[in-house]
Design a binder for this molecule. Structure first.
Ligand SMILES: [Zn+2]
Length: 1006
C-alpha cells in the first residue's frame, strides 16, 4: 500500500469515529464542536493537511471555530499553529496574545517580569467575561484558602469559599528551548478558550481561570528561532546545536526550583503565588507521543502531601483514558521519572500546596516535518502503555500541537468537573502545612544568631524568602528540648555498662536574634524539603535516579541549621522579619582593618570592590583587640575607613579596626585577573559558575577553548584560568579536537541579520567545531609553567592530568560506585593551604560520581598495589601467632618495618623503588592534598551513596605545583545550581591567593 492510499483509508476510519457518539460520564458535556457555531474552514483545512495521520488529532482540535472579530493565530503566524517551517519569536507570540486581549473580553495579558537578558515574560488569563470582572474578589477568596490561618482553619468557612471560588490552572510553555511546539499550541488554545461555544469548552471557560505563560525561557526561545531561520536558509547544511539557551544555563533551567537563582523561576513562582493557582502544568517534548510523567515511578519526594500523590493519579489516569478513547496512540503516565528531587519548575506547585504536572510530548526540535524512527523500548507495549507509539511515523509540529492542546483541554475539563474537590484539597494541603508541627513535625528550624558565616546564613534565608517562606526572629534567648535518641542495646550488653557512656545533652539554647522558620505556616513544606536531610536507599528498587538525590541546604551553604521538634519553640517571643540582610560594619578604632575569615564568598567581592587597598592574608591564627582571628583573616591597609565601612555594610561583613598590625606572617590577597574558559561542546554545567561569579560581582574574561591558542602571552594577561567542568564527561580528545572538521560545514554561532539573538551577552565564533587544539594546549601549559594558576574540576581535571600537567596524581572513574548528585562529607588535610582559608575541619560538598584521585610517589606510576596476598600477619610457620618464625639451619632475619600511609597520602617509597630512579618525585614537586573525602562511614550526608568505599578518603581537592605555577584539581563540584555556596570559597581562595598558594606548605621549594 503506498503511503497516500494508506492515509486515505485511515482518514475514512477517522471520519467514521468522528460521527460515532462518545460515551462520556454522567452529566459531563461531550467533547466536540457546537454545530451551531461556524467553523473557520480554511484554517481547519490547513490543520488537517499538516496532521500526518488521522489518529494524531481529536474531536477537540480537528476544527477551529470561526469568530467575526477575534483573530486566529494565522494573523501573526501567516499560517496555522503548528504549520511546518514556522516558529514564532516570543515577541510574535505576545503580539498575538495582546491582539486576543484587545478583541476579546475573555482575555487578559499581564507582564510578569523580565529575563536575565531583559526580555519580557507574560501570563495570559483566559476565562469568562464575568470571571475576569471579578478577578480580585476571587483572588481574595483563594488567598484565604491558601492561608487557612486567615479563617482560623474553619472548615465550614472553607467550604463556603470553595463553593464560591473559581480555580486557577497555570500552564507554562517551552522552558526547554529545543522543545519548540508549546508556543503555537498555547496561542491556539487561548483562541479556542476565548471563542469556542461548544458546551465542553464553555464549561472550562466558565468554571476555570486558565493562566498561560506561553514562553518560559524567552532568551532561549529567540535563539532557537534564530537557529531555525539559519537552517531554513541553509537547508542542505548541518545547523549549529543550541549551545546556549538562557544567559547562564540550558536544560538545567528546569532544576532551579530549589535555589531560585534564575529570573524565570522567580517570575513563575511569583505569578503562581500571586494568582493563588491550584495547578502548575509545565510543557516539555522528548517522549512519544504524550507522556504525562507526573505519576512516573517512585520514589516520590518525601515532603509532598500524600493528597498530592492521589491528585497526580486522578488527573493523569483520566487524561490518559480520555485520549485513549479518542484513539490517540502513545498516551501514558507511568514510566521513567521518580519525582524525588524538587528542582523542577513544576515542583514549585508541589511544595506550595498546589498540583504539579508535566507533559513530555513528541517533537522534532523545530518545525520541520520528519519521519521518526523509535527505539524498541519506546514503541514496546507495556502494562502502562496499552496503545504504544508507532515504531516509525511521519511527525509534524501540528501533530505535537494536537496532542498538547487535546491533553490540556481534557485536563482542564476534568479539573473543572471536579473543581470543588481540588479547591478543597488546596485548602486542606495548606491547613495540613500549618498543622505540621503537631502532626509529623518538626516544629521549626533554627539558624542561630551566633552563626560565624553571617552572609551565607543571610543567603540561605533569602532563598527561603524567594520561596515565600515566612521567617521570624527570636526576641530573647530560646531553650528547647532535644529529641531523645532511642538507644539500640547491643546484644549481651548489660544495662549497668551503658551507664558509663557519656550522656548526650538534653537541651539546646539559641541566643536572642536567632532566626526561626516556623513550620506552622502555609509554605512550611518547601522549607522542610530544603533544610531536612535526604536518604535514598541503595536497596531502592529505583536504580536510576532521575536527578540529584541529596541537597540539604544548611550543609551545602556551610551554615548551622537546627531541626527542632520541641513544639514549645512556637510559643517563644519572636517577630516576623522583612528581607533578611547580614549586618556589616566597622567596629573599634585604628587604621588596620581585620576581617575574620569564615570562607564567606563576600570576602572575594570585597577584594575586587576595594581594588586600590592593600589587603593581606594572615597565614596563622592570631589574637588582637581581645578577639580571635582565624588563619586567612584579611588585613586591610591604605584604605579609608568610610570606604571600608560602606563596602562592609553593603556586603554584610563585620570588620574590626585595629590600632596596630598583628604580629603574624602575611601574604598579599590579590584581585586576580581571571580568564574563564568554556568549550563549544556544552555550556550547561559551567553556566552555574558564571551565574555565581556575576552575582558576586567578580570580574572575569569569558572565552572559549578556541581563543586560548590565539592569545600571544596568556600569563601576561591573566593570573588565573578557571576551566569549570564541561559536564558531559568530556575526554581530553574531545576538549582538544572539538567536533570533526574533516567533513561537513562550519557551524557559526554569531550575530547576523538572520540570527540577531544568537549571541546575546555570551560568546561567539565563526565555527563551533574546533576545540582547544594543540596550539591552545601548549599555551595553557606555558601559562602554568610561567606562574599562572589553572583551576580544573572533574572532567577538566581529568583533562589536565591526561595531557601531562603535573606528576604523581592519577584520576579514575568507577564503574560500580553510585554517588548520584549527593551531599558528601569531606575533611581538611592541610588547613594551612590558602585554598582552605576560613574552613572548619569538616566540609559538606556536592559530588556526582566524582573522579577518583590517587597519588603516586613515582611519576607515571599508579598507586602502589601489592601483588599476591596481603601479608600483614605472620606467615605459616613455627610458634604462636605473635612468635617469630625460623628458618632451619640459620638464625631468624629481622623484617624491615613497613611504613604505612593513608589513602590520601603519598605512599612511602621502598628502598628498592628509590634506587637510581629518575621518576621519583621530589618533595617540592609533589601535589598538596587540601581536602579529602570522609571515611566511608561518614561519606553520606544526604542522598544516595552506594559503594562509596571506592572514593572514601581519596583526595577531593589537590593543589599541584607545575613549573612556577599550579594546577588545582577538584573532584567535588564546588559551584553548582546556586545550591553549594558553602564551597564557593574553595574556588575564590584559589584565585585571590594565586601567587601564594605555597603558603604554609611544609616541603615547598625555595
Ligand atoms: Zn524538557
Amino acid at each position: 500500500m503506498n503511503r497516500n492510499h494508506f492515509w486515505k483509508v485511515l482518514w475514512t476510519i477517522a471520519l467514521f469515529l468522528a460521527v460515532a457518539p462518545f460515551a462520556w460520564a454522567d452529566g459531563e458535556s461531550s467533547p466536540g464542536r457546537d454545530p451551531k457555531q461556524p467553523v473557520d474552514e480554511a484554517y481547519t483545512a490547513k490543520m488537517k493537511k499538516y496532521t500526518t495521520a488521522p489518529y494524531f488529532t481529536s474531536p477537540l482540535v480537528d476544527y477551529l471555530p470561526a469568530s467575526s472579530n477575534v483573530p486566529t493565530p494565522e494573523a501573526v503566524l501567516g499560517d496555522v499553529a503548528g504549520a511546518p517551517g514556522i516558529l514564532p519569536y516570543a515577541e510574535d507570540v505576545y503580539k498575538y496574545m495582546r491582539m486576543l486581549e484587545k478583541a476579546s473580553p475573555r482575555v487578559k495579558v499581564i507582564s510578569i517580569g523580565t529575563t536575565e537578558e531583559g526580555r519580557e515574560m507574560i501570563a495570559v488569563a483566559v476565562t469568562s467575561e464575568e470571571n475576569l470582572k471579578k478577578l480580585e474578589e476571587n483572588r481574595a477568596r483563594l488567598a484565604k484558602l491558601a492561608d487557612p490561618r486567615t479563617i482560623n482553619s474553619d472548615d465550614s468557612e472553607a467550604d463556603k469559599l470553595v463553593a464560591q471560588s473559581t480555580p486557577v490552572y497555570y500552564i507554562t510553555g517551552t522552558i526547554h528551548s529545543p522543545e519548540t511546539g508549546a508556543p503555537t499550541a498555547l496561542m491556539e488554545l487561548a483562541y479556542r478558550l476565548a471563542v469556542d461555544e461548544s458546551p465542553y469548552i464553555k464549561d472550562i471557560r466558565d468554571g476555570v481561570i486558565t493562566l498561560i505563560t506561553p514562553v518560559v525561557e524567552v532568551d532561549g526561545r529567540d535563539r532557537v528561532v534564530d537557529i531555525y531561520k539559519w537552517h531554513l536558509a541553509h537547508p542542505k547544511d548541518f545547523y549549529p546545536p543550541l549551545i546556549y539557551w538562557g544567559k547562564y544555563v540550558a536544560h538545567d533551567n528546569n532544576r532551579d526550583a530549589m535555589g531560585m537563582t534564575l529570573k524565570l523561576t522567580q517570575n513563575v513562582l511569583n505569578t503562581y503565588v500571586d494568582w493563588k493557582a491550584q495547578v502548575l502544568h509545565d510543557l516539555h517534548e522528548s517522549v512519544p507521543y504524550l507522556y504525562d510523567n507526573t505519576v512516573g515511578d517512585g520514589p516520590y519526594n518525601a515532603w509532598i502531601d500524600p493528597i498530592l500523590a492521589d491528585e497526580w493519579n486522578m488527573i493523569a489516569s483520566r487524561n490518559v483514558a480520555d485520549m485513549t478513547k479518542f484513539g490517540m496512540p502513545g498516551v501514558f503516565t507511568h514510566g521513567d521519572f521518580d519525582t524525588w528531587s524538587p528542582g523542577y519548575l513544576m515542583f514549585l506547585a508541589a511544595l506550595h500546596n498546589g498540583i504539579s504536572r508535566l507533559y513530555e510530548t513528541f517533537g522534532n526540535g523545530n518545525a520541520d516535518t520528519r519521519e521518526r524512527t523509535l527505539e524498541p523500548e519506546e514503541y514496546a507495549r507495556t502494562w502502562f502503555k496499552q496503545n504504544p507509539p508507532l515504531p516509525k511515523t511521519l511527525w509534524s509540529q501540528r501533530d505535537n500541537n494536537n496532542y498538547e492542546e487535546t491533553g490540556l483541554l481534557v485536563s482542564l475539563h476534568y479539573f473543572n468537573e471536579n473543581k470543588r474537590l481540588f479547591l478543597k484539597n488546596f485548602y486542606l494541603k495548606a491547613k495540613r502545612s500549618v498543622t505540621k508541627p503537631g502532626t509529623e513535625g518538626p516544629a521549626a528550624y533554627v539558624l542561630p544568631a551566633d552563626e560565624p558565616r553571617g552572609t551565607l546564613q543571610a543567603d540561605l534565608l533569602q532563598v527561603l524568602q524567594k520561596q515565600k517562606v515566612e521567617i521570624s526572629r527570636a526576641k530573647s534567648a530560646i531553650t528547647i528540648a532535644l529529641p531523645v535518641k532511642k538507644e539500640k542495646k547491643k546484644e549481651g550488653e548489660k544495662s549497668a555498662e551503658a551507664k558509663d557512656e557519656k550522656k548526650e545533652p538534653t537541651t539546646r539554647s539559641f541566643p536572642a536574634g536567632s532566626f526561626v522558620i516556623r513550620m506552622d505556616q502555609p509554605y512550611s513544606r518547601i522549607a522542610d524539603a530544603l533544610l531536612d536531610h535526604q536518604y535514598w536507599s541503595p536497596e531502592d528498587p529505583q536504580k536510576t535516579p532521575y536527578d540529584d538525590t541529596g541537597w540539604t541546604f544548611g550543609e551545602l551553604f556551610g551554615v548551622q541549621v537546627v531541626r527542632v521538634t520541641d513544639a514549645k519553640i512556637l510559643d517563644a517571643p519572636m517577630e516576623r522579619v522583612g528581607e533578611v540582610r547580614a549586618a556589616g560594619g566597622v567596629k573599634g578604632d585604628g587604621t588596620i582593618f581585620a576581617i575574620n575569615n569564615h570562607a564567606e564568598p563576600a570576602l572575594a567581592t570585597l577584594r575586587y570592590k576595594l581594588k586600590d587597598a592593600t589587603i593581606e592574608a594572615a597565614e596563622e591564627a592570631f589574637d588582637a583587640g581581645g578577639a580571635k582571628f582565624a588563619r586567612g583573616t584579611f588585613l586591610i591597609r591604605d584604605a579609608k575607613r568610610a570606604e571600608v565601612e560602606s563596602a562592609a555594610k553593603e556586603l554584610g561583613l563585620q570588620v574590626s579596626a585595629l590600632g596596630a598590625a598583628p604580629n603574624v606572617k602575611t601574604h598579599p590577597v590579590r584581585a586576580a585577573r581571571i580568564a574563564y574558559v568554556h568549550t563549544w561542546l556544552s555550556t550547561q554545567t559551567e553556566g552555574w559558575w558564571r551565574l555565581a561569579l556575576d552575582s558576586l560581582q567578580i570580574p572575569y574574561e569569558y572565552m572559549s577553548t578556541q581563543a586560548i591558542g590565539k592569545i600571544p602571552d596568556l600569563r601576561a594577561k591573566y593570573d588565573v584560568i578557571l576551566f569549570p567542568p564541561v559536564g558531559i564527561n568530556a575526554s581530553a580528545t574531545a576538549i582538544i579536537q572539538g567536533l570533526p572538521t574533516a567533513w561537513g560545514n562550519p557551524l557559526p554561532w554569531k550575530t547576523t541579520e538572520l540570527t540577531p539573538n544568537l549571541v546575546g551577552k555570551n560568546d561567539s565564533t565563526d565555527d563551533m567545531r574546533p576545540g582547544l587544539g594543540y596550539d591552545g594546549l601548549t599555551k595553557l601549559q606555558s601559562f602554568v609553567q610561567n606562574g599562572g594558576v589553572l583551576l580544573t574540576v572533574d572532567d577538566t581535571a581529568q583533562f589536565a592530568l591526561s595531557v601531562g600537567m603535573g606528576a604523581g596524581v592519577n584520576a579514575a572513574r568507577s564503574e560500580k560506585m553510585k554517588i548520584v548528585g549527593a551531599v558528601v562529607g569531606t575533611q581538611l588535610v592541610d588547613g594551612a593551604s590558602p585554598i582552605a582559608y576560613g574552613y572548619d575541619e569538616k566540609i559538606s560538598a556536592y559530588c556526582d560520581d566524582g573522579v577518583i584521585f590517587s597519588l603516586s610517589s613515582v611519576a607515571g606510576g599508579r598507586r602502589r598495589r601489592r601483588l599476591g596476598p596481603d601479608m600483614k600477619q605472620r606467615p605459616t610457620g613455627r610458634g604462636t601467632k605473635d612468635d617469630p618464625d625460623f628458618a632451619v639451619g640459620r638464625g631468624g632475619a629481622e623484617v624491615p618495618e613497613e611504613q604505612e600511609s593513608e589513602v590520601w597520602e603519598y605512599p612511602p617509597l621502598t628502598p628498592e623503588q628509590t634506587h637510581n630512579n629518575a621518576r621519583v618525585i621530589p618533595a617540592a614537586n609533589r601535589a598538596r592534598v587540601v581536602l579529602r573525602y570522609a571515611n566511608a562511614k561518614d561519606l553520606l550526608i544526604s542522598g544516595l551513596v552506594d559503594g562509596g568505599g571506592e572514593i572514601a578518603q581519596h583526595p577531593a581537592v589537590i593543589d599541584m605545583p607545575v613549573g612556577q605555577g599550579h594546577v588545582v584539581l577538584f573532584s567535588i563540584n564546588p559551584v553548582y545550581r546556586g545550591e553549594t555556596r558553602g564551597t564557593y570559597s574553595l574556588v575564590l581562595n584559589t584565585a585571590l591567593n594565586f601567587d601564594s598558594l605555597n603558603a604554609g606548605r611544609k616541603d615547598a621549594a625555595k
